[in-house]
Design a protein around this ligand. Structure first.
Ligand code: MGD
Ligand code: MGD
Ligand code: MO
Length: 765
């Protein structure tokens, strides 16, 4: 096997085991798995204490996904969590420790040969550490010295724009608010975040059409909906608690349509482990119709469906579209209709790979149901035409008037547990004008007007030597970002990289000339400050803000909370320039929330309301049909269908999460539902493609990208024969990120990590 000098260690997994994908999601085996993952890593008392407090009114918010909790009275009192939430908790609550001794024993070069799995399993980091220029090992540094070092470096930069402050979406509201305030007082809007790579296209698509970049439904709307369409999302793995809501919807008579190139197990059957009949019975069938769309075929599919609906409406006006809603609440219907009339539906059907009969069937289901919810995630957002696809979803909802009424609306399903809250708090390379004005007035300073770097432009700037300082509030940008080798060079160009983390990851090993790790408290842990125990708050995917309070003793007495880390850094960097009471806020998070209330709309009486059971909803005009666009009308949009043309030998590759990972944290090497075990370097391919190319399951191939004339090679992937559309390949993130071009993205700069054109080269053994 070729062994290029890659940043990622390439494990040769010769023992990949392949079985049929599973037919039932969750059920008893998931209960067994969550208990096992808890017990194997944590001690017994700790494990039960943690799981009992997860997502309860008085406990902490699950650090896994952003799916909302049921109303306080409806929560299961013993198990309001899922298998993957339990794994996330077990990762954080692990007994293993990464101490200064550990770092003395293992050089950076040695750790760089370990897999992500092994790195993550080494445990919780216990002390602040520094990798000095030219050193082979990390060594301990005191908190005070670390802050001095950071402050000195920042003060020396020629311009504040030579610093980049990244955020991952686990950070609570209080830390997020302080972090963006600190970056902006320091003088830059360089605040890229994981959202840039995630739902940024959703934010843009929704803001331009309905006025708010967030979903419009509440959890309860799912229960009473007639039709739920799930596009480009794998809830069984990434939002398992959503299956409970879908089951409830089905029992109330809803129909469910799944749109996905892979028939994920979640769409087949679901056994609810929190019910006796779920534990023992055969389970609930989830989807009524599965549309096996081609990768990136969603735009064509949505358009085809709307063309058929338009024909039906013309035959019987007023029976399909909500003409009153369209007339009173929207703009742009004429252009949309004109555009639909120009389409060749058969061509659209070919483009998306869905036969006309299924398009017809879908249109009939939509015609007959007004209470329709469309859910979507990364299968829609991570394409060059991601914004357009989101806007086509909006078009469909608007045609039916299916927005802002009970049981209907837009449901982008968020990723990280507080990614939505971080944005509400102002973590963004842009800044909402109202927030800017209020922050300037509250803290008496001027925020730069220019937009800062997002993930892509930030990495490009690092790569081109325009950035000297990179800081990461959580996350693992090196592996999450596209073009791993390009990003690695960018990291190495910096003078100083600072990571606030809980566990070791690759970005601690591919660093600037000097690197600092600041180990922080996790969600599950008790946060004690001078005024007593503190809690933080988070916002879920459906705009509910609620508190999260840790219950466990911290993994080490030398950990610091994220809010305190930011305050100490601000004190060491900003001197008397800043009129913010950093020290007081670090002692008492109520003071942070008072300032949030002063700056961010919707947070009146924050401190009082966040203490109420279940928290509070943020205002959302579109959820009551008050569209907050400049004209106060929802906007129909016209989006051209842009289908990727594949040349001979080319395939379209999408990158997915397995059942055993949280983004770049690898819990294990199995993907239980898809029937793949013992390895992650797999390329899922269609049988016909294998036959046409003289390949078979088990063969080893290299995947090669050629975007813009640059050759990118990801070596050594094992072929898995899988029911996926022809000319498609599915691989796992982050192993395949090396192939995602840094310069191929949506108009929001969201990397197109779900549509990468590749060719394959068979390895000669
Ligand atoms: N356990 C666990 N939970 C998680 C995460 C995790 O890694 N592990 N990550 C969190 C984060 S940050 C996020 S953003 C979410 C992600 O949640 P998801 O969006 O569900 O995650 P993905 O695995 O990226 O892919 C989503 C689905 O899109 C499909 N897909 C791929 N390409 C296309 C396409 O072109 N069209 C359509 N229609 N479908 C397509 C894939 O087959 C897959 O089923 O989950 C969050 N929750
Ligand atoms: N090819 C491809 N690339 C993708 C995607 C894809 O689908 N395909 N998905 C994209 C998406 S949707 C996202 S959101 C990004 C994710 O990008 P990131 O958010 O940057 O990545 P994570 O893997 O979630 O971050 C994991 C690290 O966070 C740290 N951590 C964990 N808990 C805490 C905590 O409580 N506090 C702090 N400070 N640190 C903590 C740990 O050290 C851990 O190593 O990746 C993107 N990249
Ligand atoms: Mo995400």
């Amino acid at each position: 096997m070729k062994k290029p000098n890659y940043t990622l260690p390439i494990e040769i997994e010769e023992n990949i085991k392949i079985t049929e994908p599973l037919e039932v999601a969750v059920g008893a085996s998931a209960v067994k798995n969550s208990v096992l993952s808890g017990f194997s890593q944590m001690d017994w008392i700790k494990c039960s204490k943690t799981l009992l407090n997860l997502n309860q009114v008085k406990g902490f918010d699950c650090p896994s996904c952003a799916w909302p909790d049921p109303a306080p009275g409806e929560r299961s009192s013993v198990a309001e969590y899922c298998e993957n939430g339990a794994k996330a908790i077990a990762e954080e609550g692990t007994k293993e420790r990464v101490t200064p001794d550990f770092f003395a024993q293992h050089s950076v070069a040695e750790m760089n040969t370990w897999s992500e799995y092994k790195l993550g399993k080494s445990g919780r980091i216990t002390h602040p550490m520094i990798l000095r220029e030219g050193a082979t090992h990390y060594e301990p540094i005191s908190w005070a010295d670390a802050f001095q070092y950071i402050g000195k470096t920042l003060k020396k930069l020629k311009s504040p724009d030579e610093a980049v402050f990244y955020t991952s979406g686990r950070t609570g509201n209080e830390a997020a608010f302080l972090y963006q305030l600190f970056a902006r007082q320091y003088g830059t809007n360089n605040l890229p975040d994981c959202s840039n790579m995630c739902h940024e296209t959703t934010g843009k698509g929704l803001t331009d059409t309905i006025g708010v970049g967030k979903g419009t439904i509440k959890l309860e709307d799912l229960y009473i909906s007639d039709l739920i369409i799930i596009m480009g999302q794998n809830p069984g793995t990434n939002h398992p608690r959503m299956l409970t809501a879908l089951q409830k919807a089905k029992r109330n008579g809803a129909k469910i349509i799944a749109v996905n190139p892979l028939e994920e197990t979640a769409f087949k059957r679901f056994k609810n482990p929190q019910e006796v009949r779920g534990y023992l019975g055969t389970g609930t069938n989830i989807s009524d119709l599965f549309l096996q769309v081609r990768i990136n075929g969603d735009l064509a599919l949505l358009k085809a469906i709307m063309c058929v609906l338009l024909e039906m409406e013309e035959v019987a006006p007023g029976t399909v579209f909500d003409q009153t809603f369209i007339k009173n609440k929207t703009e742009g219907i004429d252009s949309l209709v004109a555009n639909l009339k120009k389409q060749d539906v058969r061509k659209l059907s070919e483009d998306c790979g869905i036969p006309m009969e299924e398009i017809q069937q879908t249109a009939e289901m939509i015609r007959d149901n007004k209470r329709m919810i469309i859910c979507w995630a990364m299968g829609i957002t991570q394409h060059e035409n991601g914004v357009a696809a989101v806007q086509e979803i909006v078009n469909l909802l608007l045609l039916k008037g299916s927005i802002g009424i009970p049981g209907a609306g837009a449901c982008p399903v968020r990723g990280h547990s507080n990614v939505q809250g971080d944005r509400t708090m102002g973590v963004w390379e842009k800044i909402r004008p109202g927030l800017k004005k209020r922050m300037e007035a509250t803290f008496d300073f001027e925020i730069p007007a220019e937009e800062g770097y997002n993930v892509v432009t930030g990495i490009q700037a690092m790569h081109n030597n325009k950035v000297r300082f990179f800081m990461s509030m959580g996350g693992n940008l090196l592996l999450a970002a596209p073009d791993t080798e390009y990003t690695a060079k960018g990291m190495r160009n910096c003078d100083l990289t600072v990571m606030v983390s809980t566990k070791p990851n690759r970005n601690h090993l591919v660093t600037g000339k000097t690197a600092i790790i600041l180990p922080c408290l996790g969600r599950t842990e008790i946060d004690r400050q001078a005024t007593g125990e503190q809690f933080v708050s988070v916002e879920n995917s459906m705009s509910v803000v609620h508190k999260s309070e840790g219950v466990l003793e911290p993994a080490s007495k030398d950990l610091m909370s994220e809010p305190r880390i930011i305050c100490e850094m601000a004190i060491a960097t900003l001197d008397e320039k800043s009129k913010v009471e950093w020290a007081k806020m670090a002692d008492n998070y109520d003071l942070i929330r008072d300032k949030v209330e002063a700056c961010v709309i919707g947070f009146d009486n924050y401190n009082e309301r966040v203490r109420k059971k279940g928290g509070f909803y943020l205002p959302n005009g579109p959820s009551e049909q008050n569209f907050t666009t400049p004209s106060r009308k929802a906007q129909f949009t016209v989006n051209e269908v842009t289908t990727k043309k594949l040349e001979k030998g080319e395939f379209l590759m999408t990158t997915l999460r397995s059942h055993d990972q949280f983004n770049t944290t690898i819990y294990g090497n199995d993907d239980r539902y898809r029937g793949i075990a013992n390895g992650r370097r797999v390329a899922m391919m269609n049988k016909a493609d294998l036959e046409a190319n003289g390949l078979k399951q088990g063969d080893i191939i290299d995947l090669v990208g050629h975007y813009n004339g640059v050759k990118r090679v990801a070596p050594h992937f094992t072929i898995v024969e899988y029911k996926i559309p022809t000319r498609s390949i599915a691989t796992y993130f982050p192993e395949a990120n090396i192939l995602v071009p840094i310069d191929q993205y949506a108009k929001t700069h969201t990397p197109a990590s779900k549509s990468v054109v590749v060719t394959i080269e068979k390895q000669v053994s």
